[in-house]
Design a binder for this molecule. Structure first.
Ligand code: SD4
Length: 332
């Protein structure tokens, strides 16, 4: 689904603009009296980027509602999107690079600052599960390319052809088009799922997985598998993840920046907004450069913000299951 269709779907289909939840623990709203009262923690909560986040959240929720941990929830949640052959931006069915190869990036991080990542991984349907194995079974944080695939196969993952006929068709059309001669930021071809969850124990984990920028140069890796860029979690503070043009996110260590801003007392919405403002400030040409940040803090408050209109995210907690249109700086 294209970015514009996403905009339409979120505006028409899922109840219009809803404001992010403002729970009592928001440091902004704290009064002297409240300082002495323990803050209310809303949990469990799971949030994830874009409309495909609704189904991913459902899978995560089946784990969280039974008292399961956030790490299992985010892994199993984003695997739903990875395994969906109709999704053109994540896992199986993702659009390929300019040579026709589907190459995947993913990372995962838990409440103990343990993390794992894979990048430029081919022919493996669930890169997030491989990233978790890197975290749990190796002394490393990131494996890439052939080494990542060899590791996945040794761990029992199967090779799968990730290029579905519809994506191959789209790639062939692109090859014949004028667009290919002017490589640039194609804001229609970015999506990705980033998911953040806080479990019943108050522990936060996050996952981020993507097939990246459609028709990218062979070997290109975006922000999504880079801890601190596409995803960051610090259980003392909260977690954040990013979607959009990875190159821009990496330049400001985006997700880490959002978490550090929350550490300074910003709400998730405020922290995401400030990171977006920094992206805008640091780029001479911001035209068409979409980036969205999503964040959760240790109180279970959530927020999101994007450069351009159209970024939305899915929220599931004990009270609600809905899409939220993030606030933004510019209209397209
Ligand atoms: C990337 N950030 O590879 C990913 C793509 C994405 O929304 O998130 N698109 O740059």
């Amino acid at each position: 689904m294209s970015r514009r269709n996403f905009i339409k779907t979120s505006a028409l289909g899922i109840g219009g603009i809803l404001l992010a939840k403002c729970a009592p623990g928001n440091p902004e709203n704290t009064t002297d009296n409240e300082e002495t009262t323990p803050k209310t923690i809303s949990k469990p909560v799971v949030i994830s980027t874009w409309n495909h986040g609704l189904d991913a959240n459902k899978a995560a929720w089946t784990i969280l509602e039974k008292g399961g941990n956030a790490l299992d929830a985010v892994e199993k949640g984003v695997m739903v999107t990875e395994s969906d052959p109709t999704n053109r931006s994540v896992g199986l069915g993702g659009l390929p690079d300019r040579e026709g190869h589907v190459t995947l990036d993913a990372c995962i991080m838990n409440h103990e600052n343990e993390c794992g990542a894979v990048a430029f991984l081919q022919e493996i349907e669930n890169p997030i599960a491989v990233a978790r194995k890197v975290m749990e079974e190796t002394p490393h944080v990131m494996l890439v390319g052939q080494g990542a695939q060899d590791f996945a196969l040794a761990q029992g993952f199967q090779k799968t052809n990730l290029l579905v006929p519809e994506a191959e068709e789209a790639w062939k059309k692109w090859k014949e088009s004028e667009e290919q001669k002017k490589p640039g930021i194609n804001s229609e071809n970015h999506d990705t799922i980033g998911m953040l969850a806080i479990d019943e124990h108050g522990n936060i984990s996050g996952a981020c997985t993507t097939s990246g920028w459609a028709y990218k140069l062979h070997g290109r890796v975006g922000d999504s598998p880079i801890i601190g860029a596409g995803l960051f979690v610090d259980n003392e503070v909260g977690g954040a993840c990013a979607t959009g043009l990875g190159e821009a996110v990496i330049r400001i260590a985006g997700s880490h920046t959002v978490v550090e801003l929350m550490r300074q007392g910003k709400s998730p919405n405020e922290a995401c907004k400030e990171a977006v403002e920094r992206i805008i400030k640091k780029h001479k040409n911001i035209e068409g450069l979409q980036v969205g940040f999503l964040a959760i803090n240790k109180y279970g408050e959530v927020g999101g913000h994007s450069v351009y209109a159209g970024f939305n995210y899915a929220l599931r907690d004990n009270q609600t299951e809905k899409m939220i249109d993030a606030q933004y700086e510019m209209e397209w």
